[in-house]
Design a protein around this ligand. Structure first.
Ligand SMILES: Nc1ccn([C@@H]2O[C@H](COP(=O)(O)OP(=O)(O)OP(=O)(O)O)[C@@H](O)[C@H]2O)c(=O)n1
Ligand SMILES: O=P(O)(O)OC[C@@H](O)[C@@H](O)[C@@H](O)CO
Length: 450
């Protein structure tokens, strides 16, 4: 079972899942299909998707086309592929990329184990890229692809697409021939006069922003593209308009969520990264052996974590349970581990946890945070010697990073008088919360002292 996407979703289908970055539970989608009566399942259309990804991203202002720009060291397009892959009723995904980026795209497919992906040559405009994708689906000589009843068209740079909106546009397209996601306008639309002054201001409530995904009866949109003028292919930006103009089909408009926005400017990359960080920090697994539970300072730390850190679901278990619990961990998309090392052994638990995680596929898609917690009782060993022992973390972290595991160290000094102990624990909780939320690649291998 591939690791799921972070967020509230359930276990993912093989392949990563941006769509778990929202609330859709793929298990629910699976159950939706399985729950649907035989009539519905029989009536459910064959669905494929076309992702135009042949742009240069000029407005992003960086040399790398934005679809390949990294978010947490993983290309943006991989998140979008993940979102579509985990929707069980999308059979094929056709991606239009330029010839020069075919190698890059194939590397991404390999590295992130994307499935059901076919690549076609992009066109010099977005409409031409989409048209090439549709041609591939219509090409009966292509054994790998078959013409779908309904085709989804979705920009490769819109990573946060959920199954529910895909379901809505496909259902609407099956009934109406075309459908597209819309959003309220944020800014008012005005029409400038020839001399650059205000001509008129449109009533914002009467207009909507056209977003993606869009969906069409394949024959409607393919027929429209086949009749499309060179001008429209060159300058058009709206597939729904092509369906109307050439297919005489009025698209059904579906309210989409705010996360459907298109990554266009650099700020959009920062926003996307923040969303992914936020959604991968919703669960923390506390690894701790509960020997002599009463006074175990790790228990105090666990209690304070649960009391002080909000909007996080905590699970805890002994190290020996992690291997057994790994399946539920994977399915619950837990990407954060606080490993409490008992005083007698430096790193033993952490090393064993790292080995378990390295064996799993958990960190293939999203960086996994491991915080190795250590305690220093002043009367046990000299502080300097303790720090000496803990410097091993540097090497461990370097190895772990190769598997997309971000290892941080936390040293909590104790015993101290009650007040000071509480302060140390509180500081430790603050550090853990920040490390999980920030997933800072620059701090890996560091030992932070609370
Ligand atoms: N010739 C093109 C141009 C664009 N696209 C794709 O269409 C989607 C939306 O287009 P846009 O945001 O305009 O992307 P770019 O054209 O790359 O951006 P810019 O206009 O800033 O250059 C993107 O996934 C882009 O890769 C495409 O497949 N083929
Ligand atoms: O115009 P752009 O090429 O930036 O974006 C293409 C589409 O995403 C955009 O036109 C949407 O409004 C959907 O039609």
């Amino acid at each position: 079972m591939e690791p799921g996407p972070p967020g509230d979703s359930g276990p993912a289908e093989p392949g990563p899942c941006v769509s778990g970055l929202g609330d859709t539970d793929p298990a629910a989608s699976a159950s939706w299909l399985s729950r649907a009566g035989a009539e519905t399942r029989r009536g459910w259309p064959t669905v494929a998707a076309v992702l135009p990804a042949g742009g240069s991203g000029e407005r992003m202002g960086v040399p790398t086309p934005k679809q390949f720009c990294p978010i947490l060291e993983r290309p943006l397009i991989s998140y979008t592929l993940q979102a579509l892959e985990r929707v069980p009723w999308i059979k094929d995904i056709v991606v239009s990329v330029t010839g020069e980026n075919m190698g890059t795209m194939n590397d991404i497919i390999q590295r992130y184990q994307h499935k059901h992906i076919s690549l076609v040559e992009a066109g010099v405009t977005r409409h031409r890229s989409i048209f090439n994708g549709l041609k591939a689906l219509a090409d009966q000589s292509n054994a790998k692809l078959s013409k779908p009843e309904v085709v989804i068209i979705h920009d490769a740079v819109r990573p946060f697409v959920e199954e529910d909106v895909l379901l809505k546009v496909v259902t609407a397209a099956k009934e109406h021939g075309a459908a597209g996601a819309i959003r309220p306008l944020v800014s008012t639309v005005i029409s400038p006069s020839a001399n650059g002054c205000l001509d008129c201001s449109l009533d914002r409530d009467r207009y909507r922003a056209s977003e993606m995904p869009q969906a069409f009866l394949f024959d409607v949109i393919y027929g429209a593209y086949q009749q499309c003028s060179e001008y429209d292919l060159e300058y058009g930006t709206e597939c729904l308009q092509l369906a109307l103009k050439y297919g005489h089909t009025k698209a059904r408009l579906v309210e989409g969520s705010a996360d459907l926005w298109k990554v266009t400017y650099k700020r959009d990359l920062y926003a996307a990264e923040s969303i992914i960080k936020e959604r991968t920090s919703k669960q923390i697994y506390i690894v701790m052996d509960r020997k002599d539970r009463e006074e175990h300072i790790g228990v105090l730390l666990e209690e304070m974590l649960k009391n002080e850190v909000n909007n996080v679901k905590f699970t805890s278990g002994a190290l020996c349970h992690v291997g057994r619990d790994l399946q539920p961990i994977l399915s619950k998309q837990c990407y954060n581990f606080v490993c409490v090392n008992v005083m007698t052994s430096d790193f033993q638990e952490t090393q064993e946890l790292l080995n378990i995680l390295k064996e799993s596929n958990l960190s293939m898609l999203y960086p996994v945070v491991v915080i190795s917690v250590h305690f220093h009782a002043s009367e046990s060993v000299p502080f300097g010697e303790k720090m000496e022992n803990l410097m091993k973390i540097r090497e461990c972290a370097k190895e772990a990073k190769k598997r997309n595991i971000l290892l941080y160290g936390l040293l909590i000094c104790y015993p101290q008088e009650e007040q000071k102990l509480q302060e140390s624990l509180k500081q430790g909780v603050t550090i853990i919360d920040a490390l999980v939320k920030e997933r800072n690649f620059g701090l890996i291998g560091q030992l932070l002292v609370a």
